[in-house]
Design a protein around this ligand. Structure first.
Ligand code: ATP
Length: 234
């Protein structure tokens, strides 16, 4: 397994946000974290990426391993360098850098270079001299994905990458994720669009009140309306 999360616990101040999250992501696998608002999905990703301290939080228990390397308590930049690339909640493109500067800012050598990113998202090539802050929401999302790919991550992590986007742009992003999967890219994602993730992902992990409570492949989740109702309210 590439990523192992074992009985992960995390807190913000005195508030225990996670108290037992366990799952794995294997090489070439696409895994989703599902669960209602506030259940701990984003916190799980922050813990993996070393981003809890910058949010006033900390890991309080359990373990996270990436190819056998324990991630906590490494700082975020060290974790990124191990081969984890994040498309963060809210995109967080650098507003005063151009599209091209955003793409290059955190790039590392590998299959994903500027040419490849522009081939994946032709719109970014057209907009390459525009500032991050002048892009539409959809363009910012493409940029956030392109920027994460240009770190050449072995595991790509996306937090709500299709939220708040127009249907056509959403469809483009799902198509891109499908192409990445077909290439063998390992992906961990949070997304509320159940029908889309059932098509894309191999496995799903449901998080409820800071704990992983169910895990299974798409076929099992599709065939379990009671699980979807109980934990996802759909
Ligand atoms: P959403 O879909 O709304 O993003 P989520 O499942 O990703 O939900 P988290 O964002 O991980 O949930 O939140 C888990 C709990 O931690 C919630 O109770 C939330 O209010 C709390 N929380 C999240 N971020 C912080 C923070 N920076 N400081 C304090 N509490 C936080």
């Amino acid at each position: 397994m590439m990523l192992r999360v074992e009985k992960l616990a995390a807190a913000y101040g005195a508030s225990q946000a996670l108290s037992g999250v366990t799952f794995q992501v294997g090489a070439g696998e696409v895994v989703t974290l599902l669960g209602r608002n506030g259940m701990g999905k984003t916190t799980t990703i922050r813990a993996i990426m070393g981003l809890l301290p910058s949010q006033g939080g900390r890991v309080t228990g359990g373990a996270i391993g990436f190819d056998g390397t324990p991630l906590p308590p490494l700082p975020a930049h060290r974790i990124a360098r191990l081969g984890l690339g994040l498309v963060p909640e809210g995109r967080q493109v650098f507003p005063t850098l151009s599209v091209e500067e955003n793409l290059i800012a955190t790039a590392r050598p590998g299959r994903w270079n500027l040419e490849a990113a522009y081939a994946l998202f032709p719109r970014l090539r057209e907009r390459r001299r525009n500032l991050g802050r002048n892009l539409s929401g959809g363009e910012q999302q493409m940029l956030a994905i392109g920027r994460a790919l240009m770190t050449n991550p072995r595991l790509l992590i996306l937090d709500e990458a299709t939220e708040g986007l127009a249907p056509l742009i959403r469809a483009e992003i799902w198509a891109v994720l499908g192409r990445l999967k077909a290439e063998g890219q390992s992906i961990l994602l949070i997304d509320k669009n159940l029908s889309a993730v059932l098509k894309l992902a191999d496995r799903h992990v449901i998080i409820e009140r800071g704990r992983s409570v169910w895990e299974g492949p798409s076929a099992a989740l599709a065939a379990a309306p009671e699980i979807r109702e109980q934990y996802l309210h759909v």
